[in-house]
Design a protein around this ligand. Structure first.
Ligand code: SF4
Length: 346
């Protein structure tokens, strides 16, 4: 990998960070022509009956029909693509959300084949964060109509949005929070990763995805040639920590999601990312308006649409910490996201 490419992606500095953490795998970045492999593979039925969290609340639909379904095997096989492959010509799959500089960062992959080593090496079973389990009993409809604040939020710039979130009391989650967790990263990022909501560590630090799950997400980003704050933005469906009566993390209710989602929608509009990655079930069904009973296994392997943007669904890093066998599936999802990114015009 050239020094120029290292500087562009920040990949070299990410390795140093992981080395400092004592968890960094050895990587060799190379060009990946994933879409060539994907194009050669026939779509297959998605695998069924994977371990899933309980259903999460449904949200306002913002969905278009899925545009692509790719089997895990094809995507995993695409990961170790030879570095000498010529870069594919992007197909005109969709119009860009707005005029953006034609920057394009290629997707580095593992050198030896198969998923990256963090899939095997990352084991935080002894320090797992709780997986947020949706509340089956909470099936109330989200209030989505005639909220004058929604229009105001939709017109805010970054400074106004951050200030408004920091003082927000649109839902009851404001009562238990230590800090709002607005989001972090490159405000002109091509990649937007969206989780569910802050946990205990995030609530304390005011930043999304800290602690073991955050380290795993950082490794996932590094495997993609990204890093926090460099061409990647990380946000959540809700900005305040949801907890149950015992102070434990829980998924946000439909009303809480409906109250907070306009902030994320404005963040998306301001960032104008190329690809969205939904981390976990709550993020996916909230953005796609899916039935709460829809398992992540049925959402993976397909390029969905959120408004005009491609959206790929994968598991939440906290889930992966306790379900190590699904890390390889997550790598397949990230390969799908990278191939989707490479096909976008611009
Ligand atoms: S979760 Fe969102 S809507 Fe609710 S109080 Fe926090 S910032 Fe406001």
């Amino acid at each position: 990998m050239s020094e120029e490419l290292k500087q562009e992606s920040g990949f070299g500095s990410s390795l140093e960070l992981l080395d400092a953490l004592g968890i960094g795998p050895v990587w060799v970045r190379r060009e990946l022509a994933v879409e060539e492999v994907v194009a050669q593979e026939a779509p297959q039925a998605l695998a069924a009956a994977e371990p899933e969290a309980a259903p999460a609340p449904a949200q306002r639909p913002a969905v278009r029909a899925p545009v692509e379904t790719v089997p895990d095997e094809a995507l995993a096989a695409a990961a170790p693509a030879p570095a000498q492959r010529p870069a594919p010509t992007p197909a005109p799959a969709m119009a860009p959300p707005a005029a953006r500089p034609p920057e394009r960062r290629t997707a580095p992959v593992e050198d030896e084949g198969g998923p990256p080593s963090w899939l095997d090496e990352m084991d935080f079973a002894s320090s797992m964060e709780p997986v947020l389990i949706p509340d089956d009993d909470n099936d109330e409809e989200a209030p989505v109509q005639a909220d004058p604040m929604v229009a105001k939020i939709a017109a805010m710039d970054w400074a106004q949005l951050k200030e408004t979130v920091s003082d927000c009391r649109r839902c009851g989650l404001c009562n238990g929070r230590k800090n709002t967790v607005f989001g972090v990263g490159d405000e002109k990022a091509k990649w937007l990763f969206i989780g569910e909501g802050p946990g205990r560590n995030e609530d304390i630090q005011g930043e999304p995805f800290v602690g073991p799950a955050g380290k795993l997400l950082d490794n996932m980003l590094m495997a993609m040639g990204l890093k926090r704050g460099d061409n990647a933005y990380i946000g959540n469906i809700v900005k305040c920590r949801p907890t149950d009566d015992n102070g434990r993390d829980r998924p946000p209710s439909p009303q809480e999601v409906a109250s907070c989602l306009p902030y994320l929608q404005r963040q998306i509009a301001l960032i104008q990312p190329t690809v969205l990655v939904a981390l976990g079930k709550t993020a996916a069904i909230s953005l796609l308006g899916m039935d709460p009973s829809t398992p992540v296994s049925r959402l993976r392997g397909t390029v969905h649409r959120y408004q005009d943007l491609p959206l790929v669904v994968t598991y939440h890093p906290a889930y992966l910490l306790r379900t190590l066998n699904d890390k390889s599936k997550t790598w397949a999802d990230l390969c799908l996201a990278m191939s989707t990114y490479q096909r976008q015009p611009g």
